[in-house]
Every structure is written in C-alpha cells, then in structure tokens.
Design a protein around this ligand. Structure first.
Ligand code: SAM
Length: 299
C-alpha cells in the first residue's frame, strides 16, 4: 500500500442506506460473492435460525450486555461492528443513540441483517482484513469498533487489528468479546466430573499453540463447505492490539449462565460454572497511530 497523508475523518459524509460497497480502485462486488474464505455465508441460514430474533440465549444473557457495558456508546457516536453477522448488535447500539455500521464477509448474513435491522444501521460487505480498501469506510472516522464473537473467525489478526486502528479516531475504543481462549479451546478442552472429590473440573489439553479449528458442518448448506475458527492464546490478542496502538484498558471474564455436566451434581456444576469463565471481553483504546496507520492508500 502506498501512502496518503493523514486522511481526516469521513470526508465523504456518512454512509447512505443501501449503498453499494466497492473496494477502492475496484469493481462493485458481486452480490453473492463472500468477501473472505472465513465468511459464514455457507452457515447463514442455520446461524440465523439458531440466533433467532434478538440473538441466541448466550447473546441476550451474556455477550450483548457485556459488549454494551464495555462500549458505553454515547449519542451520535459512530460504531463499526466488524463481523456483524445478521446484525444482532445493531438495535442495541441504535437504541443507545449510536450510529451503527456493520461489516461482514457474508452477503447472505448481510441480507438478513438489512431485513431485520435496516432501519437501525447500515451494512457493508467486505473483508475485515482489508478495511482500508473499502470505499465506504474512512480513516479515523469511528468512535468505536466492536468484535462480537467474530474475532476468532478471522485470520490473521494483524491486518484486522491494523484496519480497526485505521478506522478509529484518536482515543477511539476497540471492544472485543470472545470465548475465553484460556478455558475454551475447541476440541482441546472439556468438562469432567471427579467422583472422588465430587467436583466438576475443566481439562485443558492445549493452549499456547494457535490452532485453526474446522467448524462443525451441521449447519452447512449441504455443500460440505465449512469455515474455520482460530484458537490463539490471550497474549496474541493483547499484544496484537498493542502493536497497532490499541492498549487494553479493561477486561471482563464472564461466566456462563448455566452448566450441565453429565454425572455431576447441580451444586458442583454451579461452582465450576461460576469459577471458569465462558467469555472474555476486552476494551482497548487507540493511544497512538501504529507506524503506517492513518497513512494508508488503496491497495
Ligand atoms: C460467529 S459469527 C458472529 C456474528 C455476529 N457478530 C454475532 O454475534 O451474531 C462470525 C462472523 O464473522 C464473519 N467473518 C468471518 N471472517 C470475516 C472476515 N475476514 N471479514 C468480515 N467478516 C468475517 C462471518 O461471516 C460471521 O458473520
């Protein structure tokens, strides 16, 4: 990428509803072309059904309230939701007076988002690893960027965090909510029941090694296409943000609201549930420009 000197906040004005999103210097995207290989387009119908109106139980009870707590949106703030899916966060940001823009790589999920929440926000098709190349997203124009259960579906982290930092105003916030990588390693961790000690424990088989994990194709469209989720240790998130001038200033570790473990007592399951978190949420603040942030030009 070549350089552009410190582009100011959104010189083109706010996004228009129904705007066609083009990559800078490129043709309009095909309507049904997923923007990244990690797009959940093949899972869109299943995911929308699983989420239902207002989001899954986990979204409603835990994830959305935590993101809103850390986000603390003020009226008129511009919020970019990266990996927005079918737009579950849009009505919450909009009710708080924020101006919501959702970005996702899945055309189908974006169609569903526009149908359900078209009045609450704007939805943009694009790859989170190429934010500076999206014509409709301007440098230093967002007060906050959110990743609601989406960052673990993106790879690699570096261009995603650098694009988020590029889009943020000075002192803007990045709020991430993810399944806690220290305790929930897909296929490499699980609950157990210790009959002798009468306690529920969590077993972690691997943690420090990053792992791409194939998504369960249960919800696929029958084509056999799956996407991947990416396990990484916590340090990759904290240090990856810091590398882009985004310093973590707040962290919450959030227990599940329920837990059943085969063979265990309810009391033991409850104790374990309260001790071992399901999600972690981070808020980072843009305290400086990374070396090339704010000086990007179209690819
Ligand atoms: C688990 S879903 C979460 C969606 C939504 N935030 C929610 O909580 O319902 C992950 C989302 O990330 C999107 N995604 C994955 N890779 C992406 C990328 N490189 N660029 C943009 N979106 C991406 C997927 O299409 C999917 O919608």
């Amino acid at each position: 990428m070549s350089s552009k000197q410190g582009p100011g906040p959104n010189k083109k004005g706010p996004l228009r509803p129904g705007a066609t999103v083009r990559r800078r210097g490129g043709e309009p995207r095909g309507a049904q072309q997923p923007a990244a290989r990690t797009s959940w387009d093949p899972l869109a119908t299943w995911y929308n059904g699983w989420m239902g109106e207002g989001g899954s139980e986990y979204h409603r009870q835990l994830a959305v309230p935590a993101v809103m707590r850390l986000l603390e949106p003020e009226s008129g703030e511009q919020i970019l939701d990266v990996g927005c899916g079918q737009g579950v966060l849009a009505p919450h940001v909009s009710s708080a007076g924020g101006r919501y823009v959702g970005l996702d790589a899945s055309p189908r999920l974006l169609d569903l988002a526009r149908k359900a929440h078209g009045r609450k926000g704007l939805f943009v098709l694009g790859d989170a690893r190429q934010i500076p190349s999206l014509r409709e997203i301007e440098s230093q124009s967002y007060d906050a960027v959110t990743f609601l259960l989406s960052i673990q579906d993106m790879d690699p982290l570096e261009p995603v965090f650098s694009g988020a930092a590029w889009a943020l105003k000075a002192e803007g916030r990045a709020v991430l909510l993810l399944t806690h990588p220290a305790f929930r390693v897909p296929r490499q961790s699980g609950w157990g029941w210790d009959e002798g000690r009468k306690l529920v424990y969590r077993r972690i088989d691997r943690y420090l090694t990053p792992l791409p994990v194939p998504m369960n194709p249960l919800g696929g469209n029958g084509s056999g296409v799956v996407t991947r989720s990416f396990h990484r240790p916590m340090s990759h998130y904290v240090n990856g943000l810091a590398d882009q001038g985004l310093l973590v200033e707040h962290m919450e570790e959030i227990p599940a609201h329920k837990l059943n473990v085969a063979g265990s007592t309810t009391r033991a399951a409850n104790l374990a549930r309260k001790e071992i978190p399901l999600f972690v949420a981070l808020r980072a603040r843009k305290i400086r420009h990374a070396p090339d942030n704010g000086s990007r030009q179209p690819a």
